[in-house]
Design a protein around this ligand. Structure first.
Ligand code: SF4
Length: 225
């Protein structure tokens, strides 16, 4: 990505942070696998502000009721809301899921075929759907076919801002570029999962647990400094 400057020192710092959080949380990407691509896309939408356990519970109910995009596109909002109730923000997520399903059905998009396309093309098609966007497209490609990228979610943004790696106005593509330039392709899925876990358990949004943080000494935002 042009226009983003990254010093060797910054690369080394990012790499050190990522290695440390992977070691701390040892995430298991296999736990996130869902075979059917449409269901995988729904699970990613449900995962926003929801624990993995509640996503699983919601997906069990959703899969039992809806076999694919066509069924969701023609279902009532209430039945979708009811199916995904174990997930947080289910009222808001149901119309989004229905909107995405409607576009997939109307445009006759074959998600299996999208998954066989090169990354830029697959990402372009997915991001063109209202309600998907580049981050959701990236997370989908990462889990559904092991694309070796490093999508940035709100937890990762917050952690990177506090650690002085992301600027206040840093955008998605720029921070993704910084992390991908510093983390080897084979480690990126682990890095994504571990950084989210770090943001959920240690560097939480309100009152970060700095006393338990391994980056206390180097963090410009630590409340103990
Ligand atoms: S020291 Fe505190 S603010 Fe900094 S990364 Fe750790 S938990 Fe977050």
């Amino acid at each position: 990505m042009s226009g983003v400057e990254l010093s060797n020192e910054m690369r080394e710092r990012i790499s050190m942070i990522v290695d440390r959080v992977i070691e701390m949380f040892r995430p298991d990407p296999a736990r996130m696998k869902i075979d059917d691509p449409f269901h995988a896309l729904v699970a990613i939408i449900l995962s926003q502000k929801t624990s993995t356990r509640n996503v699983r519970a919601a997906m069990e109910r959703f899969r039992a009721r809806f076999s694919g995009a066509e069924a969701v596109a023609s279902a009532s909002l209430k039945s979708i809301q009811d199916a995904i109730k174990p997930a947080g923000l289910w009222r808001m997520k149901a119309p989004r899921i229905k909107l995405i399903a409607r576009q997939i059905a109307d445009k006759n998009i074959d998600l299996e075929r999208v998954l066989s396309m090169p990354y830029p093309e697959a990402r372009r098609i997915l991001s063109s759907l209202k309600g998907v966007g580049p981050k959701t497209a990236d997370v989908f490609l990462m889990f559904a076919r092991d694309e070796q990228i490093l999508p940035i979610d709100t937890h990762i943004f917050r952690v990177m801002r506090r650690l002085g790696i992301a600027g206040e106005k840093e955008d998605y593509e720029s921070l993704k570029f910084k992390l991908e330039s510093s983390v080897k392709p084979e480690k990126r899925i682990l890095a994504h999962l571990a950084l989210i876990e770090f943001g959920r358990r240690i560097c939480v949004a309100r009152n970060p647990r700095c006393s338990q943080c391994p980056f206390l000494e180097i963090c410009p935002s630590s409340k103990w400094r």
